[in-house]
Design a protein. Structure first.
Length: 461
């Protein structure tokens, strides 16, 4: 029976990164993954393919629109959707092959099949062949999450789809109805709007992007509406019926709505139900999450869990950080993740990026803060590239000036937020950022100006 120092269940960004780090620390590591491709949801049907489609659809929209005022007049631009989908798949396959190479380099043993516990240090892999038992000193659960649905709605991945189906429509929907105005609904809604679909987003709350700074979310909604996305807020979807090519969405207390495809993007649920956790006495919460201590250890000594299965932000980079910190803590004695400095990025146009506390959260906890805001309209680089929508907002402690949160809506916000996450991690003040030289002309100067604005001394606004 194979035996390893560490067995990682799941080869998503949390699991495969943890496996590599443990191998770097000299451990004999194995990784069990039920899909033939490594990389998890993020690579196969999540972050990466959606970004490939976001970028391709952006190019298509810009090419079709042209830039008359800049002297670029476009002719007839055609969409070859199947080529676009093929390109997306090539990107995914190439990156998947890259992880294979990393596993080989680090001599990580790979098992293909579904893993479940047979005992605290024993996992059984059910693959194509006979079930294979494997033993290990330590086991790390990194099985991720799956799309959630609503009680009256069954996903068929053709007419009523999750994010997975919405990455592979073989034709552009006429009217795509999106349920849920979170990250997935807005990103994939953006893709299909750019490619020509009418897009309506139905959201239960009275705002979009729950949890994100409200001022940023409000600005985002205005911009998306200008782009042509329709929103119906405060709207609880009850069920969806499919009649041949038509989907009818039933809404509580309102007229039903008809479209030809429905994307259900109402959150994700942890993949913890078929792991045999009961055999090792690990209980999940009522929502299926695995409780862990500060070092990611479950109630069963030697069994650890990270990423989407333990709750918190369901983000690839959060899982990666936890995977690395968990194995470092296990094998070196040190390892920590600062939950307050994990950025979030919504890859719409413009991008929306956030790190630290929102203004509402600070108000709620009664923390006195100062706020600096700077619009991209007043940034030279944004003007030159014609990307003037949005602003940077920095929140700093009124007494100590320590940066508590930064929220950006604007072009390349997802790149700009890295500096802000580093600032939070280093416990920087807004003055620290304001006194760092930022290259000119860059969008990053808007971050510096927002830092200056905390003290009322922005130069260009
Ligand atoms: P979400 O939790 O971000 O948003 C779901 C939305 O659905 C909420 O606004 C909620 O109020 C709404 N909703 C729930 N029930 C409803 C109903 N009956 N009728 C109408 N609206 C309803 O979930 P998501 O967008 O599905 O994303 C899932 C997870 O994946 C999130 O944790 C997200 O962080 C992550 N994700 C991140 C990225 C990224 O980082 N760019 C991209 C995609 C997904």
């Amino acid at each position: 029976m194979p035996h390893h120092d560490l067995v990682v269940i799941g080869a998503g960004p949390g699991g495969y990164v943890a496996a590599i780090r443990a191998a770097q620390l000299g451990k004999d590591v194995a990784c069990i993954e039920q899909e033939p491709m490594l990389g998890g949801t993020c690579l196969r049907v999540g972050c990466i393919p959606s970004k490939a489609l976001l970028e391709s659809s952006r190019l298509y929209e810009e090419a079709a629109r042209g830039w008359k005022e800049r002297g670029i007049v476009s002719g007839k631009v055609q969409l070859d959707l199947s080529a676009m989908l093929q390109h997306k798949q090539q990107v995914v396959n190439t990156l998947g092959g890259g992880i294979d190479g990393l596993f080989q380099k680090h001599k990580i043993a790979r098992y293909v099949g579904h893993a479940s516990f047979d005992g605290p240090q024993r996992v059984v892999v059910a693959g194509n062949d006979e079930a294979l038992p494997i033993t290990a000193e330590h086991v790390l659960i990194a099985t991720g999450s799956s799309p959630a649905s609503l009680p009256g709605i069954e996903l068929d991945e053709e007419r009523i789809v999750s994010s997975t189906g919405a990455l592979s429509f073989f034709e552009v929907p006429r009217h795509l109805i999106v349920i849920g105005a979170g990250y997935i609904g807005l990103e994939l809604g953006t893709v299909w709007r750019r490619l020509g679909a009418q897009v309506t987003v139905l959201e239960y709350l009275d705002r979009i992007l729950p949890g994100m700074d409200a001022q940023v979310a409000q600005q985002a909604r205005k911009i998306f509406e200008k782009q042509g996305i329709r929103f119906r807020l405060g709207c609880r979807v009850e069920s969806v019926q499919v009649n041949r090519k038509t989907c009818e969405v039933q809404i509580d207390g309102d007229e039903p709505m008809q479209g030809d495809r429905v994307l259900v993007a109402v959150g994700r649920r942890p993949n913890t139900d078929r792991l045999g956790l009961e055999t090792i006495g690990v209980e999940t919460t009522d929502r299926g999450f695995i409780p862990v201590d500060a070092h990611w250890e479950t109630s069963q000594p030697g069994v650890f869990a990270i990423g989407d299965v333990i709750g918190g932000a369901m983000l690839a980079h959060k899982a990666e950080e936890e995977g690395v910190a968990c194995v470092e803590r296990l094998y070196t004695g040190y390892g920590h993740v600062n939950d307050d400095a994990i950025p979030g990025v919504c890859y719409t146009e413009p991008e929306i990026a956030t790190v630290g506390k929102s203004e509402e959260a600070l108000q709620e906890e009664g923390t006195a803060y100062r706020k600096g805001q700077f619009p991209f309209l007043a940034n030279g680089r944004a003007r030159a590239s014609g990307q003037t929508d949005g602003f940077v907002k920095m929140l700093a402690d009124e007494r100590t000036d320590r940066v508590l949160g930064v929220h950006i809506i604007g072009a390349h916000a997802g790149e700009l937020i890295a500096e802000c996450a580093a600032a939070l991690e280093f416990g920087a003040s807004s003055e620290d950022i304001a006194r760092c030289c930022h290259a000119h002309p860059t969008l990053a100067e808007a971050v510096k100006e927002a830092a200056l604005a905390v003290d009322g001394r922005a130069i260009h606004f």
